[in-house]
Design a protein around this ligand. Sequence first.
Ligand code: A2P
Length: 220
Amino acid sequence: GSMEEVSLPLYFGWFLEYTFQDKLEVMAKDFLKTLGTLEVFKKHIRDFSGEGEEETNLEQYFQHKGPLHCTTKYCNYGKAKGAKEYAEKESVRQQYGSMTELAIGALFITPRTMGVRVLLTQDQLQLWPDDAEEKADAGPEAELPPGSRAHITLGCAEGIKPVQTGPDLLEILQLQKQGQEGEKVQDLENGPLTYYGNGIWVLSFTEPLLAPALFSSYYK
Ligand code: A2P
């Protein structure tokens, strides 16, 4: 094959600047620690623990490897649909290697994944693939606006792959769009905490958290 083919990455994305990675990880750990102590969480512990288990250590429940990032396009070294076209896009070539600031709007956990929602600007949306919000079965999720899926995976439960964080976020946005208010639990340091059932907990930031990030790509 040509040079172009072999040089396609596993994925393109925005990679959080190192000091901010640490900051976000500390914040997520603090959140889990706080959540684990709340009576209302203990009441719903079943979402996260097996039969007969009384306690769950959330900090051990979610594991993560590799750099914290917001995937724009998963290329799978060229095997993913549209990978080559994406890599050749004018905006991708132009912005490759440049810094931006990601606005983080919420932190969420489900029994499968932990992540933060990223609110993309118009400029950042130019790097967003058209098919990111599409689902194989073209359900109502397809109606969410472009960029809805943008997130940073902070951790996964045992046996779960990070690709699950996107669908989990889309499910949350779908619930919100359908007008489900959830159970407003209480205000934490960064904003209100809401429980949507089925182990879905969302901390909405009153002020978006701004994260410096580099647009680049990753090869394993
Ligand atoms: P995410 O962007 O939700 O974190 P893996 O380690 O499983 O190969 O995944 C590497 C990265 O690519 C992860 O960030 C992951 O999910 C993302 N990813 C994996 N598969 C897909 C896919 N089919 N579509 C979009 N992103 C994917």
